[in-house]
Design a protein around this ligand. Structure first.
Ligand code: 5GP
Ligand code: MN
Length: 349
């Protein structure tokens, strides 16, 4: 964690000290880690004496993340899809923008042009590959870490206010970071480092309710969601000769199962339980594109495949992207291109 050094922490604290209207932004389609890291940063800024802090999101987070987001007063969260004017205004008027859990402005979708046009000092805290450091006054970029939530935890711990004593972290921030880390690691199943478990024990010691987090994440979904999962695994799942599993979910099935945002979170991991599967792809038809999620086992790069064939990227074993084609053509595209990927790129490494 080279970026978490006294010089960067000092610059970060100075920027926070000088800011009157800090704004926190994160990637579009915010997941648990995006919301968790943002809510934690919000509470840190409040603790640091900032009375006017706003969290600006491109679009609404899934309902099951309410237990994290509701730790921030509703009026301090501005959602571009709901209120584009106020979202633009908040960014335009901000004098410090904290960019969490994304490596490039385009990952914030509609907020991209506001960010690019803003002259405010910006701070990056992200765990993806290859951010453009020149855009930020301070960059905390670390890929050997579980999540943006853990990165924010490590940053906070290094500040003079917290000074390595986790019990000084506001309770709402502690809950948010534990929840964000838990979702991004699929409950400590992947991307876990010694520092991740240290963070988890420290936060547990400070009283974070892990049972509540697990209940909210795993046990409060709809019946429709489980039926949809059953349908996908039984009727949609295909496994190719190359050890690639894929599922293509069209709008009709989404309607039939009354799918809500966030309902398919994590489904892409399931096919990795099959021994011969090295990579799993989930394609979902959306309004203007086919959204792609990719997961891979160690030794196979989801990130490279996403970059080469799916207009995206991410982490080594968890990546995403998009396709612009009718849903009827997606299956053929996946078969063909994953065959090329597994035989031409992976097997010739
Ligand atoms: P998910 O499958 O959960 O939507 O995304 C997994 C990871 O892939 C995310 O943490 C993010 O790093 C990355 N990712 C998802 N969509 C995109 C995309 O469109 N472009 C890039 N560069 N990365 C993405
Ligand atoms: Mn993340």
């Amino acid at each position: 964690m080279e970026d978490i050094n006294p010089r960067n922490i000092d610059s970060f604290m100075r920027l926070v000290g000088d800011a009157a209207r800090p704004v926190i932004v994160t990637h579009a389609k915010p997941d648990g880690d995006a919301i968790g890291s943002s809510v934690a940063m919000y509470h840190f800024l409040r603790m640091a004496g900032k009375s006017h802090v706003r969290l600006v999101l491109n679009d609404r987070y899934p309902a099951f993340l309410d237990f994290i987001a509701s730790q921030v007063p509703e009026e301090d969260i501005i959602i571009h899809d709901v209120a584009p004017g106020p979202a633009e205004m908040a960014i335009r008027e901000s004098d410090l923008i904290l960019c969490l859990d994304f490596h490039a402005f385009h990952r914030t979708r509609n907020l991209e042009s506001y960010l690019a046009g803003s002259k405010a000092a910006k701070v990056l805290a992200d765990h993806h590959l290859d951010p453009d450091r020149s855009l930020y006054a301070v960059s905390f970029s670390e890929t050997a870490i579980s999540s943006a939530s853990e990165l924010v935890y490590q940053i906070l711990m290094a500040t003079p206010v917290i000074a390595g004593d986790a019990s000084r972290i506001p309770a709402a921030a502690a809950l948010a970071m534990m929840a964000g880390m838990t979702t991004d690691t699929n409950n400590l199943n992947n991307s876990v480092y010694p520092s991740t478990l240290e963070m988890a024990s420290e936060l547990l010691r400070c009283g974070v309710d892990r049972d509540l987090i697990l209940r909210k994440i795993n046990q409060e979904h709809s019946e429709d969601r489980l039926r949809l999962k059953g349908y996908m695994l039984k009727d949609l799942l295909q496994v190719t000769e190359d050890g690639v599993a894929y599922m293509v979910l069209d709008r009709e099935a989404q309607r039939k199962y009354r799918m809500k945002e966030g309902d398919t979170e994590g489904f892409v991991n399931e096919p990795l339980s099959i021994g011969k599967v090295r990579m799993s792809i989930f394609a979902r038809e959306e309004d203007s594109e086919i959204r792609i999620s990719i997961r891979s086992k160690n030794g196979t790069s989801a990130n490279r495949c996403a970059g080469l064939f799916f207009n995206g990227g991410g982490h080594e074993n968890a990546a995403g992207g998009k396709l612009l084609m009718p849903v009827g053509e997606v299956e053929e595209y996946i078969r063909k291109h994953t065959h090329i990927y597994m035989t031409e790129y992976e097997d010739k490494k």
